[in-house]
Design a protein around this ligand. Structure first.
Ligand code: ADP
Length: 190
């Protein structure tokens, strides 16, 4: 059974390659949409230099495993050296839920919430993505890794009903995502 949410609550997922501007768009959206609640992912990895303390819920492997055993995650994955996952969402009443997660996680959310709105954000080109990654201070090694993973994410996303948004002009991209959310809200409340 899907983790309980009120039937009129919208579940929205934002996915996309690293550095295309997902976090920036999500932040803008949260600032302007007081009834949107961000589901913070849990991770057992260390906080990276420059990463904000609330980017994730940072926990020990023991805490994570205990929560997983108690059925507390909607989805989780094991990477080479850490675990990461989305807890069952518990938004305040009257709020819609937003996940900023990868395509694998989006697929799991869709299994649980078949009406979820899936948004795939991409940059206008890989070279623009690379510039943005460098601009935010990612090392050349990370830039190369993220670019290599980008086409994989795009290919995986093709199997799911994602709406694609190209983040060229930020205001336009935020406006498009806001409109998609408004559409999902009016469908859910109909
Ligand atoms: P992601 O969350 O997808 O990894 P970020 O939100 O961290 O990406 O954005 C990567 C970098 O690109 C940041 O420095 C951000 O300020 C910048 N950025 C985001 N959107 C745009 C845009 N439309 N135009 C120019 N720069 C952008």
């Amino acid at each position: 059974m899907s983790p309980a949410l009120l039937p009129e609550a919208v579940v929205m997922v934002v996915s996309g390659p690293g550095g295309v501007g997902k976090g920036t768009i999500v932040e803008r959206l949260l600032d302007s949409e007081p009834r949107l609640w961000l589901s913070r992912s849990w991770t057992t990895r260390e906080r990276r230099p420059g990463e904000s303390a609330d980017a994730y819920h940072f926990v020990t492997r023991e805490e994570f495993e205990r929560h997983a055993a108690a059925g507390g995650f909607l989805e989780w994955v094991e990477f080479l050296d850490y675990l990461q996952g989305s807890p069952l969402p518990e938004p305040p009443v009257g709020h819609d839920v937003l996940f900023e997660i990868d395509v694998h996680g989006a697929a799991r959310v869709l299994e649980q919430y078949p009406d979820a709105l899936l948004v795939f954000v991409d940059a206008p080109s890989r070279s623009v993505q690379a510039e943005r990654l460098r601009g935010r201070g990612d090392s050349e090694e990370r830039v190369a890794q993220r670019l290599a993973k980008a086409d994989e994410e795009v290919a995986r996303a093709a199997a799911l009903p994602f709406v694609h948004v190209v983040n060229d002009d930020l205001d336009d991209a935020v406006g498009e995502v806001r409109e998609l959310l408004a559409g999902a809200r009016s469908r859910a409340r109909a």
